[in-house]
Design a protein around this ligand. Sequence first.
Ligand code: ZN
Length: 90
Amino acid sequence: MSVQEGFNRYACDVGGCGKVNYDREGGTYAVRYVERKWIDANFQQRSATFCTDHAAKFDAIVRAHDADFAAFMKNGAMPSGVTTTSTTTK
Ligand SMILES: [Zn+2]
């Protein structure tokens, strides 16, 4: 049989990455792509597929965000480079 079906296309969503593989679900190449989900600033759930390199970078960004948020919750400290555009009046 010259046509083999059942392959999925896997691609990293990071612009300029260009990593693409065709594989069966759970195959050697398929497991090199992971989905990550997060909540954006508009409280909407977002998701993307990443290659292993960009998944590691995404995870590093989230860990840094978690540390910034933990500091904010502890004493209201804002991360450097982050500004607010409005204030709340009582
Ligand atoms: Zn990538």
